[in-house]
Design a protein around this ligand. Structure first.
Ligand SMILES: [Zn+2]
Ligand SMILES: [Zn+2]
Ligand SMILES: [Zn+2]
Length: 92
């Protein structure tokens, strides 16, 4: 629905439904469904694991060190959360 505006899930201001970043508060994925940081399947806030790949959707914020839902941003301080494959760059 191009041109149709939805309220940002974080700040409540109206942003384009296809916006990747809220222009008001700067947080990622302001509208629509959240995506699993690993497999990009749709996820919902409150889930404990991704229904597709089983990734634990709870992570520790690198900035405030609190446990947060693994969305685009920390629920406490708003830091950007990125998924790093634990097998990447590590060798046994
Ligand atoms: Zn916003
Ligand atoms: Zn997943
Ligand atoms: Zn945080």
């Amino acid at each position: 629905m191009p041109g149709y505006k939805h309220p940002c899930r974080y700040c409540g201001k109206l942003v384009a439904s296809d916006a990747n970043v809220c222009p008001f508060c700067g947080k990622g994925t302001p509208t629509g469904s959240l995506r699993c940081p690993k497999c990009k399947s749709p996820i919902e806030e409150g889930w404990r694991n991704c229904s597709h790949c089983g990734l634990l959707l709870e992570t520790t914020c690198p900035q405030c060190k609190k446990t947060t839902f693994f969305g685009p941003n920390c629920q406490h301080c708003g830091a950007v959360l990125t998924y790093v494959d634990p097998n990447q760059g590590k060798k046994k």
